[in-house]
Design a protein around this ligand. Sequence first.
Ligand code: NDP
Length: 264
Amino acid sequence: MDLKVKGKNAVITGGSVGIGLAVARKFAQEGMNVAILARGGERAEQEAKRIVEDFKVKALGIACDVSKADDISRAVKTVLDTYGGVDVLVNNAGTGSEETIMEATDEKWQYYWDLHVMAAIRMSRAVIPSMRERKGGVIIQTASICAKQPLWYEPIYNTTKAALVMYSKCLSNEVVKDGIRVVTISPGLVLTPDWWKTAGILSEKEGITPKDYLDNIAKENAPIGRFASPEEIAEFYVFMASEKASYSVGSNYSLDGGWLRVID
Ligand code: NDP
């Protein structure tokens, strides 16, 4: 299938590892130029270099903490100055949390709000003028199954991801007239370093290995009985970024191996 995305310019936040990196590499494989934003500039640059070598497209790795407004302005300026415009934005940077509502501080709530919600708002505001000039674009948020079906140990994650889904829906209504499609993808279990980090913390409390913890999670939760690989999730992103998904506006797609326990 020709997805007709060759030559388009994409920005992926949190694109230096995990789902974001798999998406950046899949986009590049389809001929898109990519810009990877992450706090760790060195890792982002290394991955960008690898993308150039592997797929012969343009790739930038930019140090950017997307929870900070100034970092976003600077990073998007670099992308616009280098590529001349943006066609696709993936708001993907994020991470899990662990707390109780009664114990979490205001500062912690604020950080996750900035990371999961304000980052998407600021990134979108920064690239939409360029998309309007180019008469179209696609904005994809990475939310989570937890936006609909909370995990007990991370109320801040659940809440901020749910807010991201609603933001995405509202933005989609506002910019569809400009030819800009906005959608959300909500993964379930995807085997990335973020999961190893979570497993490291929680397995210790249960007295089992991180690997056993992860196997148990997959078997107990996802009817498919396993984690997804970032690469199989990335296939859906490239489809959603393409014209083939032209009638998809404002929706939130679960990619969860059947984990969500309701029809939706
Ligand atoms: P990883 O931990 O593997 O990667 C996270 C990426 O985000 C890295 O590139 C990291 O780079 C970057 N990042 C983290 N914080 C910031 C920040 N403040 N500013 C800029 N970049 C940042 O995560 P995953 O691939 O697992 O997750 C990606 C997204 O998918 C997240 O939003 C997550 O919530 C969501 N998700 C993941 C699931 C899973 O099972 N893995 C399931 C459902 C949703 P650096 O550290 O250098 O900044």
